[in-house]
Design a protein around this ligand. Structure first.
Ligand code: ADE
Length: 231
């Protein structure tokens, strides 16, 4: 049976899933604890990657190489970029891109990895479809599909929000998704990123992030469980 890897960056983002898991076994790799067991009758390996692209990449590679997962789901919170998104609403990634990679002084477009064929990493279409369907089963929550932007920066500036929308057409911004997507692209493993909005990435972002991360994390975790029940 297929094994699903599930990653969150922070304690809040994996807490509900860890509580819902059965037959849990722990194993440590590269200073991260991996929890193997069952979630919604599906074999899963869950971990808290830590924040940022490098941590997310190491966990994704470890899930693929060591735990032999067949797909990777990322769950967590993000800053909203799309004007239709309210706090708590969900973004399902159709693709991910690193917004902070920039070799433009030597002629490469911002947000692209020099000399690499792909820089906008598409999510798995079936996983996206299940995620959208899962979203409809959670009432009162808006679910948008769109591009998830990732960078090693917490965004809290309306000007930067405008720039990220205009340059990259991002639906939301966070700090891990594109690293997961990049590794999954290289390894040819399907992935999807699910993010619930904790803030609007503007001058209110720090306060909103502190207030709404718990709620948004639980929303995103519910999405993961709903996706596992669908497949
Ligand atoms: N995760 C949640 N909110 C974020 C923001 N505003 N910027 C980067 N990552 C985030």
């Amino acid at each position: 049976k297929e094994i699903i890897g599930v990653i969150g960056a922070m304690d809040e983002e994996i807490k509900a899933l860890l509580n819902a898991m059965e037959d849990v076994q722990e194993q440590e790799r590269y200073r991260v604890t991996y929890y193997s067991g069952k979630l919604c009758d599906t074999p899963v390996v869950l971990c808290k990657s830590g924040v940022g692209k490098v941590n997310a990449a190491v966990c994704t590679q470890t899930l693929i190489d060591y735990f032999q997962v067949d797909a990777v789901l990322f769950t967590g919170v993000a800053g909203a970029l799309h004007p239709d998104l309210d706090i708590g609403d969900i973004v399902v990634s159709t693709a991910c891109q690193q917004h902070d990679i920039d070799a433009s002084p030597v002629g490469f477009p911002r947000g692209t990895v020099p000399f690499q064929d792909v820089s906008i990493f598409p999510a798995d279409e079936q996983l996206v479809a299940w995620a959208v369907e899962a979203g409809h089963s959670i009432s009162g929550v808006k679910v948008l599909t769109g591009k998830v932007l990732s960078g090693d920066q917490f965004i809290s500036d309306a000007g930067k929000v405008r720039e990220l929308r205009e340059q990259f057409d991002g639906a939301c911004v966070e700090m891990e998704g594109a690293a997961v997507a990049h590794v999954c692209h290289l390894a040819d493993v399907p992935y999807v990123v699910i993010r619930s909005m904790s803030d609007r990435a503007d001058h209110t972002a720090d306060v909103n992030f502190a207030e709404f991360t718990e709620l948004a994390s639980e929303r995103s975790a519910s999405m993961i469980q709903a996706i596992l029940r669908l497949r």
